[in-house]
Structure formats: C-alpha cells, structure tokens
Design a protein around this ligand. Structure first.
Ligand SMILES: C[S@@+](CC[C@H](N)C(=O)[O-])C[C@H]1O[C@@H](n2cnc3c(N)ncnc32)[C@H](O)[C@@H]1O
Length: 455
C-alpha cells in the first residue's frame, strides 16, 4: 500500500544508495568484538554518530525518498521517558519503522539496573521488536542495541553474541509484525508524501505517509496498548487532516500532545509528540473537532478574536495559472507589498476574478514558526488604491467597519509577541490558514461577535 524503499529500488532510481553504509556496519562489528573499548567510544555510536555517518555517506535525495531521518538523543529520551515504569516492568515494545534503532535504544535505558546484564540482554532479545525496510539499517540497529547493552554477552567460546532476531528487515505494516503481542508502540514513521491507493474515510490523493502508517499500526494493536509517536505538525494543525485526527481518536484515547518544534538542525520540519492509549473496539466512536490537538489557548467567553472584527480571505491571483485577460486593475503581490508600510499606489494587471476594496490589512501567507521574530508580516492598503486583485501568497484582513483607523489598530495587535506565541502553539506549518487567523485573540477590543456589528 505504501510507497517505500522497495519501490524506490524497483524504479531503478539508483543502485543501492545505502550500500556504502555497510562500511559503518562493519565498523560497529569490529567495535563489538574489540578487546578494549572505552565507554566514550560506545556513547558516540549510541548518540548521533550513526546518523552523522548516514548523512555523510547517503545522498540527501535517497534519504528523502526513503524517509531516513533519525531521532536525536534528546527527542528520543523525551518520547520514551514517560514509559519508564512500563518498560522496567518488562513491556514488549515495537518500533515498526526502526531505522538504526534510536527509539529502542532509548527504551533499553529503562531496563532495570537491578537485573544482571545477561537478564537485560535476554529480555531485550525476547521483547524488543524492530522492523525497517532497509536491511543495512536493521543490521546497524542490532549492533547499536548490542552496544547499548555493552558487549558483555560475547560468548567466550564462539566469540558471538546472541542474535537480536526480533529486529529485522521488512515492511513494518506487514501481517507478520506482531502488533498484538506488544504493550508499547514507538513510532517515528516515514513522513514523505505519497498517493493513497484509494480514497479513505479521512482523505484521498497526496498525503503524508505518516498519516496512513499511524492508523494502520493503531488498528492492529490490542486495546490498552500505549503508543507514542513523533509526527509532522501538519497532522496536528493542518485543516486537511481534521478527519484523520478524528480517525486517530476513534482508535485511541489521546493522553498528551506535545509540541517539539523543528525536528533537528538538518531536517526543517516541525514535529510534535502524540501519546495515545488504544481503545477497546466497543468504545470506538468517530470524533471530530476535538480540541486536544490545538494547544493554543482556547477562546475565553468574553474574548474578541480576529474573525469577530474582520473578514479574512486568501488572495485569488495565481500568476502562473491565471490568464492575463479582463479589465486592468490595481494588483498587489508580495514584491509590491512592502512589510510595515501603508500602500497608496499599486501596479496594475488584467484580471477577471474577485477584487478586494481597501482599506484592508495584507499579511504574508508564508509564515514559519519559532525561527525568531514575528509570525505575522502586515502591510496596510489605503482606500485610495481602489478595488484590487491580490496575489495568492497574500491574505486580506478586511475590518468590518471598513476604516483605516481599524486597519492601523489591527496591525498593532497582530505584531504583538502574544500573537506570535499563540500562532506558534496553534499552527506550525509554513502556510497560515484562514481558520487559525480568524481565532487569533485580540487584546484591544471589547465584546464578542454578538455585539461587534458588521456593516
Ligand atoms: C523517520 S525514520 C525513523 C527511524 C527511527 N524510528 C527513529 O526514530 O530514528 C523512518 C524509517 O522508516 C523506514 N520505513 C519506511 N517505510 C517503512 C515500512 N513500510 N516498513 C518499515 N520501515 C519503513 C525508513 O527506512 C526509515 O528508516
């Protein structure tokens, strides 16, 4: 169902782009059996070294196509930490897209120190499951897990380690993966965009591969199974994943949603942690519009929000799509709309579609979260410009009272740090949405929609 590494190979895109990573696998093999190894040698390989080598050896395009982006030590500890007691009690654990084993390594740290090394290793060999499509990653994952347990399990006679057979290569969603035998599911699934083979109740067409992966995995877990996933923020805050969120809540109860921010310095994707407990089949009910995903402060009863005082619309002109025909009108695009200025004249173009009558505030639609600075970049368009066509990368915020004074008041509001913080919690995708903007809380207005008149 999902397009993965196997398909990548089948398309003959390249010969095995991960082939050269076998040299790193061999290095770990030598380390496992070396007569003198320091703790700091081992620590480096359990920390970022495996990923560092991958980035050096495997081209970015191949890593993107196969979603091989591995979780940092800090984030994996944060993901797994709340399950320390469950793990210490001997829970079975599965990472069905395990890469080089980072999430399982984090879990192994919580096996009780009171157990002997042999017991801990045997427990890991019998209860930790990992699957990945790329065989060399599985081989590296096994060796890293063995290093995490320290190489004390070397059989003095054979010079071999008990094999970690439950860490294996294959499709993590295949029927052989024993979801029904686990108590804790750990996930950082592939994020790339794929086309769903058929329409689902929650979506169709192009989607983030993590969305079907999570649902597929949850469907197969026993009721009561704990699940913790690192997921792209678009699944939490994107309006097109609203039905997917409903589907997740049908299958599992949300215990926590935690914003992480950017995944790591090399992967410019905002992520969040989702903690779940799989529901009993009898308790599965479709839920939509749950507010558990939205960490922005909910509207208080007397709070005025932007949607109460202004109409918000996305600009209509897509330059490469719209023909240059129709009447010649003022036209505002990103380059002709300097941030922070009041615009009194505009270039022109021919356009047949909707025009916007100023005064209004224009916002950049692209707005990256938490990279410092303000989230919103407003300009004011003066009434003198006349009814204008607006480029699709801009958002029109038109006050209901249609005055320049309200535009100015709105700009003062929108650049407040509180608005940036609120938006960062509400939405961490690159594009602002109408629904998020309409909920932005305003501090300088009294009353709610009921007593704020529209002309
Ligand atoms: C984002 S990485 C995460 C790896 C690991 N869980 C971590 O957190 O570091 C996703 C991994 O999923 C693997 N993968 C993609 N599709 C898969 C599938 N259908 N079954 C198993 N592994 C898959 C990729 O090879 C990649 O190693």
């Amino acid at each position: 169902m999902l397009i993965g590494y196997g398909d990548l190979m089948a398309t003959g895109l390249s010969c095995d782009p991960f082939g050269a990573y076998r040299a790193y696998d061999a290095e770990l093999q030598r380390l496992l059996f070396a007569s003198s190894v320091t703790d700091s040698d081992i620590a480096a390989h359990l920390d970022g070294m495996a990923y560092h080598r991958l980035r050096q050896i495997v081209p970015l395009e191949a890593r993107r196509n196969s979603s091989t982006f591995f979780t940092s030590t800090e984030t994996r500890a944060r993901l797994v930490g709340p399950y320390r007691t469950l793990i210490a009690r001997g829970a079975s654990i599965l990472d069905p897209a395990c890469g080089v084993g980072d999430l399982l390594i984090a879990a192994s740290a919580f096996l009780p120190r009171t157990w002997t090394e042999t017991r801990r290793y045997e427990h890991l060999a019998a209860r930790f499951y990992g699957v990945d499509l790329i065989p060399v990653l599985v081989s590296v994952a096994r060796k890293r897990l063995q290093l995490a347990m320290r190489p004390h399990q070397v059989d003095a006679n054979s010079g071999e380690l008990t094999e970690l057979r439950l860490i294996r290569s294959g499709d993590g969603l295949s029927s052989e993966v024993p979801y029904d035998a686990i108590q804790l599911l750990l996930l950082n699934p592939p994020f790339k965009r794929v086309t769903l083979p058929r329409a689902e109740t929650w979506g169709e067409g192009l989607t983030c591969e993590a969305a079907p992966f999570v649902l597929n995995a949850l469907e197969r877990c026993n009721p009561g199974t704990y699940a913790a996933a690192i997921l792209p923020d678009v699944l939490r805050s994107g309006s097109r994943y609203a039905k997917w969120r409903g589907e997740v809540e049908r299958l599992a109860k949300i215990s926590a949603v935690e914003i992480i921010g950017v995944f790591d310095p090399w992967t410019d994707v905002d992520v969040f942690i989702l903690r779940l407990r799989v529901r009993d089949v009898a308790r599965r009910r479709m839920l939509t519009g749950s507010d558990k995903w939205c960490l922005a402060r909910a509207r208080a009863a007397a709070q005025t929000v932007l949607g109460d005082v202004a109409t918000i619309s996305i600009g209509d002109v897509v330059p490469h799509r719209h023909q240059v025909s129709g009447p010649t009108v003022p036209y505002l695009s990103v380059p002709s709309t300097p941030i922070g200025e009041t615009i009194t004249s505009a270039p022109t173009r021919q356009f047949l579609g909707r025009l916007h009558e100023p005064p209004f505030v224009l916002l950049r639609r692209t707005s990256a979260p938490t990279r410092g600075g303000r989230r919103l970049a407003p300009s004011i368009v003066d009434g003198i410009v006349g009814a204008a066509a607006i480029e699709n990368h801009l958002i029109v915020v038109k006050p209901h009272d249609q005055t320049l004074a309200t535009c100015e008041k709105l700009v003062d509001e929108l650049v407040r740090p509180e608005v940036t913080h609120w938006l960062d919690a509400r939405l961490r995708t690159r594009h602002l949405t109408k629904s998020a903007l309409s909920q932005v809380p305003l501090s300088g207005w009294q009353g709610t929609a009921a007593n704020l008149h529209e002309p």
